[in-house]
Design a protein around this ligand. Structure first.
Ligand SMILES: O=C(O)C1=N[C@H](C(=O)O)C[C@H](O)C1
Length: 291
């Protein structure tokens, strides 16, 4: 039984000379599992999935699934703004041993809440996998309102939500208290707060670096030791801020390159972090013993 809780890492996609670096992806997946991540997401936002062909996405998924143990959960991100195509893409993954699909709202076209509901229902009908709803309005252009999330949660195929709603507290309360969904923060700087509110963890790109610290913070919160959890939160906060100071995943890739895990390469239109950010980054990584 997969627990959709704890600290999941939406993996970057390593590149080498313009190609997906499958060996580095496998190495990174293994490293994150050994460092204590509770699960991985392949082809999330951080995975630059918008620049990957379907065949590259599937090869990447296969490389990651082969690198980790059979019972280690790996979710896969799908998105799109043509419901029939996204449902077809979901159905194509029905035989893959993945833990769940992470599905964002249709981007760019700004549908009504009824359209969003029907989009998710069509994907659920096409898929044999559990689904994680991904609410990220600053990227898609549309918010999945709490009422829509509640309606979707009546279908047990929807198991969790990754909430990146910009930090408004009221929807977080409503989702945690009025739906059976596992609440996973998609706002890395709000993991402490949302977990104190009853959230179940996070899908956090920042947790590429020292996932063990995020897990420790979460278990202190669950034990009611808020003072100890706050110390970790305060320790992580400057790094989280820097990791998102340039378009993600530039700074995270720079950090992983400093750790010797991947090459510091992105696909256009994404670009590498600036030299100034990299010099601040090496200091902050050293402070938390990450390099
Ligand atoms: O890929 C993800 O999943 C995440 N992406 C977010 C973003 O870049 O918008 C950040 C979050 O940590 C997880």
């Amino acid at each position: 039984m997969i627990e959709f809780s704890g600290i999941w890492v939406p993996m970057v996609t390593p590149f080498l000379n313009g190609q997906v670096d499958l060996a580095a992806a496998a190495r990174l997946a293994k490293h994150l599992a050994e460092q204590g991540a509770d699960g991985l997401v392949v082809c999330g936002t951080t995975g630059e999935s918008a620049t990957l062909s379907t065949s590259e996405q599937h090869q990447l998924l296969a490389a990651v699934l082969t690198a980790v143990s059979k019972d280690f959960p790996v979710a896969f991100g799908i998105s799109g703004n043509n419901t029939a195509e996204v449902a077809q893409a979901a159905a194509a993954l029905n035989n893959m041993p993945i833990a769940a699909l992470l599905v964002s709202a249709p981007y760019y076209v700004r549908p009504s809440q009824s359209g969003i509901l029907q989009h998710f229902e069509a994907i659920a009908a096409a898929s044999h996998h559990p689904l994680i709803i991904y609410n990220i309005p600053y990227r898609t252009g549309v918010t999945i309102e709490p009422a829509t999330i509640k309606a979707l949660s009546l279908n047990p195929q929807f198991v969790a939500i990754k909430e990146s709603g910009g930090g408004q507290i009221e929807p977080i309360y409503q989702i945690i208290n009025e739906t059976p969904l596992k609440f996973l923060s998609g706002e890395d700087h709000l993991i402490f707060i949302s977990s104190c509110m009853g959230g179940h963890g996070a899908i956090a790109a920042a947790a590429h670096i020292r996932p063990d610290l995020y897990k420790k913070m979460l278990s202190y919160i669950q034990e009611g030791n808020l003072a100890a959890a706050r110390i970790i939160d305060l320790q992580l906060r400057p790094l989280i801020k820097l990791l998102f100071s340039e378009p993600n995943p530039a700074v995270i890739k720079a950090a992983l390159a400093m750790q010797g895990l991947i090459h510091d390469e992105l696909r256009l239109p994404m670009t590498s972090a600036s030299a100034e950010t990299k010099s601040k980054l090496s200091m902050l990584l050293a402070e938390i013993n990450a390099i």
